[in-house]
Design a protein around this ligand. Structure first.
Ligand code: ATP
Ligand code: MG
Length: 348
């Protein structure tokens, strides 16, 4: 089911949180609403769900304007950060609940619960109460309960936030598998860029109630529209250096210069965005500095390098170097992958 927001506006009292947002979620796609805390992700999801009324604009499911429909009439499946399972019911009864409310026949209910339990890999757990299930298992039950009525759209608000790191990884790919197997249109609210990039077809990156960029994950990573996007995506994050632009050359603060044949000659000052994977010994030499900090992350090592002028660049490399803090380095930059921004942060 295609979901469309047309000039969607949401106010709380006289504070406008979202103003004239336009967004189309394609049929069968999984879209992330990504952004920092307070940017309006949940507000947008709640409006699609029908928990919040819109104060302006429309929300369409397919061709139908659902803006004035209450939540129960929208056929949405919802999973929140807290699983909100009924503690006194076992998993089977929790999942069956929406069908009982709908007064389906007991034999139909049984068949559907077993079908959905198979899809979510919880067939063995149906007799257990929520208190006897791990966080990841509870989240599977919550997912099964959300999917059992075959909703037109699955709405997920930080569904993995309460899980530990390993379970989060596992549930990431599980939710995506289930979404792909069912072909359901899904919206995932998250502030975790890795989650958004790894689970979703497209990302709507939000900032202060606005969508700053809507793109496929790799496109958004490689071609950020502005400095906010470049900074938000990527872990460890990108670093920026201020540079002087003159005669098709950028002069970095440490005296290093790099060719920049495509920049407009009128631009005098540039912020150069350098991702950690774009700085290292494999790119030649010319950028001199001192190792200030090393973080070993298992397969990779992260270096903070202080350049001769005092500015810091980050570098990530495969583990195995014998460098120590205090060592002098002379490394290079992957010139094709540098990102240029004006002083207002817009991409050049
Ligand atoms: N019921 C409410 N009444 C008043 N203000 C609200 C209400 N709900 C949200 N807000 C405000 O709207 C803004 C957006 O909130 P929202 O919950 O959508 O953010 P979010 O992006 O989901 O953040 P988080 O990642 O912290 O969950 C915030 O400034 C918040 O304080
Ligand atoms: Mg939220």
């Amino acid at each position: 089911m295609q979901i469309t927001l047309q000039n969607f506006t949401k106010k709380f009292d006289d504070v406008t949180v979202i103003e004239n947002m336009n967004l189309e979620i394609k049929d069968g796609e999984m879209l992330a609403l990504l952004g920092p805390s307070g940017c309006g992700k949940s507000t947008t999801l709640f409006a699609i769900c029908g928990i919040h009324r819109v104060n302006g604009g429309k929300i369409l499911f397919g061709d139908q304007d659902v803006s004035d429909l209450p939540s129960q009439k929208r056929n949405v499946g919802v999973v929140f950060q807290s699983y909100a399972l009924y503690p006194h019911m076992n998993a089977y009864e929790n999942i069956a609940f929406p069908l009982k409310v709908r007064k389906d026949k007991p034999a139909d209910i049984k068949r559907q619960v077993h079908e959905i339990a198979k899809l979510t890999h919880i067939e063995e757990l149906l007799e257990r109460k929520p208190g006897q299930l791990s966080g990841g298992q509870q989240q599977r039950v919550a997912l099964a309960r959300a999917l059992i009525r075959k909703p037109d759209v699955l709405l997920l608000d930080e569904p993995l936030a309460n899980l530990d790191a390993k379970l989060r990884l596992e549930m990431r790919s599980e939710i995506r598998r289930i979404q792909l197997e069912t072909g359901i249109t899904a919206i995932l609210v998250t502030h975790d860029q890795v989650e958004a990039m790894s689970m979703c077809d497209r990302i709507a990156l939000m900032h202060d109630g606005k969508i700053v960029q809507l793109d496929k994950p790799s496109e958004m990573y490689n071609n950020p529209a502005n400095k906010f996007v470049a900074d938000f995506l990527g872990n460890p994050p990108i670093t920026f250096l201020d540079a002087e632009h003159k005669d098709k050359t950028l002069l970095l603060p440490n005296g290093h210069s790099i060719a920049s044949p495509n920049l407009n000659a009128a631009v005098k000052k540039v912020q150069v965005g350098i991702r950690p994977e774009c700085f290292g010994p494999q790119f030649g030499m010319g950028v001199k500095g001192v190792v200030k900090f090393i973080e070993k992350q298992g397969r990779e090592e992260l270096f903070d390098i202080q350049l001769t002028d005092g500015s810091i660049l980050r570098s990530i490399q495969a583990s195995g170097s014998d460098l120590e803090v205090g060592a002098d380095i002379d490394w290079g930059l992957s010139l094709d992958d540098l990102l240029f921004f004006d002083m207002q942060g817009e991409r050049l």
